[in-house]
Design a protein around this ligand. Structure first.
Ligand SMILES: NC(=O)C1=CN([C@@H]2O[C@H](COP(=O)(O)OP(=O)(O)OC[C@H]3O[C@@H](n4cnc5c(N)ncnc54)[C@H](OP(=O)(O)O)[C@@H]3O)[C@@H](O)[C@H]2O)[C@@H](O)CC1
Ligand SMILES: [K+]
Length: 475
């Protein structure tokens, strides 16, 4: 599991640990971890050139101390101080190790696009260390940081702890911020490493352990081993009914494909049987790909709403009458009020969630975490907000972010497959929060498997699920 903690949680854990250690120990741990990741990234020390952008706090101190380690390994390190208050111990350590503080005139010249000391501006350096601000920073960047980053455009950036300028606790971005190729974080992940748009600015992620003792995380992201542990597996005595029956009320004469694709997701094999209750012509289409699907009857979970057109409310009310967990998707989301307090997973995209909450879509896309949590509380149900990094929020405040997937997954019908898949997991006995987050993880990973780096259609995702589950079970 990737666990992400808020700034307040990190501060508390840091204070407790620092009280037991000599001063500066944690910064030394962070700086050494950072320096080793940078050396790996550079493929060595001698002959490499690194510039550290250094702000006024300990984040700059980390960058300076890491710079000192790098300088001792033969890297030519220069520090570009963005504040007169730069970490004094870090500056002294860098100088003592043979690193150099860029004179103000050179920094200004570089920022103006003229080239300092025979170099070629940004081209002079192999890598930028972003030590502008860390978890103590306010969102956005000051003009001198913006100018420095512009001068260094094109040089890959390694963010120290977080990409400077993002909101650490929410992943929101308001104003200029660093876009890193790699982020090296300390002690634990922070929500901004998982939540877009900040997560996109992090690049690859590496965690350096500094020994913090941490509470329950604020946000988490399932990893393959977590998904494998949560996967429903048939016991030796299993039969189709004990494995769970999932019912699908999706698709209509107007949108038959939604029914076919919802069934394709439900028929992933993780539940024992799939029932279809809907348009006869859609069932005929379903049977072409899934002859094992049968008609209505007792189920352990319903999937409702995708392509249901005007029949969504009737389908939802009929499903609620059975008193089993539900997946509420697409057209049925307009009637999500009916579901309040029932075991359910609501699966809106940003536009649908915006309508549910009565806010503009752009606001949802700026504040994914806030709106997913708010919807989960207001509807007293698990909300799965579909996005590049899907957010699954439970009414009690728990949040999981999905980091699997590929941009090729942005394709028609992919959401129908996801709804069916989550329905199968509910029918197999997973709680709504687990069913939603495991389903979303599998959906993204199956898409990556099916894509092989190229385009795909929704049916490919459903087809890849079997191979993916086999890989997870075997691992
Ligand atoms: N916690 C841990 O376990 C460990 C933490 N460690 C490290 O410490 C980091 C946190 O350090 P920190 O607390 O000194 O805060 P940090 O983010 O460097 O600077 C904040 C200062 O910057 C300023 N400022 C604010 N906003 C700004 C902006 N937008 N743009 C520009 N400047 C801005 C403002 O000061 P001002 O200039 O206004 O006086 C503010 O006081 C953490 O991320 C990690 O790297 C590790 O060493 C070891 C273990
Ligand atoms: K930073």
């Amino acid at each position: 599991m990737i666990r992400a903690h808020t700034v307040a949680q990190v501060r508390a854990a840091e204070a407790a640990l620092m009280a037991t250690l000599p001063e500066g120990t944690l910064m030394q741990r962070a700086a050494h971890g950072l320096a080793h990741v940078v050396l790996e990234t550079l493929g060595g020390g001698y002959g490499r050139r690194v510039v550290a952008l250094v702000g006024s706090g300990d984040n700059g101190g980390d960058a300076l101390h890491a710079g000192a380690v790098l300088a001792r390994r033969g890297v030519q390190v220069e520090a570009w101080l963005l504040s007169t208050q730069a970490h004094a111990g870090g500056v002294a350590a860098l100088r003592a190790a043979g690193g150099r503080v860029l004179p103000a005139a050179e920094a200004v010249a570089a920022a103006r696009g003229r080239h300092g000391h025979g170099g070629t501006g940004g081209g002079h350096w192999d890598l930028v260390l972003d030590g502008i601000v860390g978890i103590g920073g306010k969102p956005g960047l000051r003009p001198e940081a913006v100018a420095a980053l512009e001068a260094l455009a094109g040089v890959p950036v390694v963010a120290v702890d977080v990409p400077s300028g993002v909101d650490v606790d929410t992943g929101e971005v308001d104003g200029p911020h660093v876009r890193a190729a790699l982020t090296v974080t300390f002690g634990t992940h922070k929500p901004c490493h998982l939540l877009d748009p900040a997560a996109e600015a992090c690049g690859a992620l590496t965690l350096v352990d500094i020994g913090l003792d941490l509470p329950e995380p604020d946000v988490e992201a399932l990893q393959p081993e977590d998904v494998a542990a949560l996967l429903p597996r048939p016991g030796p005595q299993a039969h189709k009914y004990t494995r769970g029956v999932v019912g699908v009320r999706a698709g209509s004469a107007t949108y038959p494909g939604a029914g076919v694709l919802s069934v394709a997701g439900a028929a992933c094999g993780l539940a024992g049987m799939v029932r279809y209750d809907g348009d006869a012509a859609v069932l005929e289409l379903v049977h072409r790909g899934h002859p094992e699907v049968i008609g209505p009857g007792r189920v352990q979970a319903w999937v409702v709403g995708s392509g249901s057109d005007t029949g969504a409310e009737v389908a939802l009310r009929a499903s609620l009458a059975d008193d089993v967990p539900l997946v509420v998707d697409a057209d049925a989301l307009a009637h999500a009020d009916l579901v309040r307090g029932r075991p359910a997973v609501l699966t809106p995209h940003a536009g649908e969630l915006a309508r549910m909450l009565g806010v503009p879509r752009a606001e949802v896309e700026q504040r994914w975490l806030h709106h997913a949590r708010r919807a989960a509380v207001e509807h007293d149900a698990v909300v799965l907000l579909k996005a590049r990094h899907t957010v699954v929020a439970a009414p009690d405040g728990r949040v999981r972010v999905t980091t699997t997937g590929t941009p090729w997954l942005a394709t028609a019908g992919a959401g129908d497959v996801l709804g069916g898949l989550i329905g199968a997991l509910l029918a197999a006995g997973l709680a709504p929060y687990d069913a939603a987050s495991v389903g979303s993880w599998l959906h993204g990973a199956a898409a990556t498997l099916a894509s092989g780096g190229g385009p795909l259609v929704a049916g490919d995702v459903a087809e890849a699920l079997g191979d993916l589950v086999a890989l997870l079970v075997a691992a």
